[in-house]
Design a protein around this ligand. Sequence first.
Ligand SMILES: Cc1cc2nc3c(=O)[nH]c(=O)nc-3n(C[C@H](O)[C@H](O)[C@H](O)COP(=O)(O)O)c2cc1C
Length: 253
Amino acid sequence: MKIFYYTATGNSLDVAKRIGGQLYSIPQLLKENKLEFEDEAIGIICPTYVWSIPELAVEFLDKAKLKTNYFFGIMTYGNMDIGVKNHFVKIAKKNNLDVKYVKSLLMVDTALPLFDIDKQVANLDKKKTEENLAQIVKDVQNRKVEVDIKSPIKGSMSDLLYKMQISMQKSKYKQFEVEDSCIGCKTCSKVCPVGNITMENNRPKYDTKCIGCFSCTNNCPVNAIRVKNERSKARFRNKNVSLKEIIDSNNQN
Ligand SMILES: Cc1cc2nc3c(=O)[nH]c(=O)nc-3n(C[C@H](O)[C@H](O)[C@H](O)COP(=O)(O)O)c2cc1C
């Protein structure tokens, strides 16, 4: 089994590691232009951005040639998944991939302007993440077939929501402010999945390609990157994923 994942803060990589198989990072494959794969089972694991799958996952599915009899997708999300499963199935279908299993999984929400991470983590038990993940792991092991995307309203909205994601991204690079506590360690640049951050005078400089994933600020070792309208200064990286794993997954340098 091969798993293709994209993660900014580790939730989706945590899920990928638990499901197992050979793991491949989508930003790395796009960087290296490695896009042809075949296996008995192939899965995509990624976060939900604005109720749709991230642009990086769409780009990968549009460019890749994947051959398998069991194609599945798991989208992690923080509060409302709305049409994300529909969007995944739609993009897969467009690329001649027949989805056999799709699930969304409720985890910590990393949208910093909307949620306080400390409160999110404190209430994690209520999301039943572990229980639901254990079921997903079992389902994939058994190659279960289940594509539950019944709601027509949600389905028809998925194109619109994806367009919203892309249009909201356009100004995201403007939302960061770097505090004097920055030590110029370049971690922000290394964890950025789209290579949007370079260093200038030992400080991060944001270009305009930002996708608003918050990987830079969540993974900053000294918590020196503030986000406009952030709910609190608390930051998040999934406890089962190391900083090195995020760097290895995303580094475009
Ligand atoms: C830009 C952005 C948009 C998001 N949009 C949604 C959303 O529409 N619905 C939702 O439930 N969670 C949303 N989230 C939360 C993430 O999908 C969730 O925290 C995910 O597990 C993060 O995965 P990762 O740690 O692998 O990056 C969003 C997070 C970010 C950063």
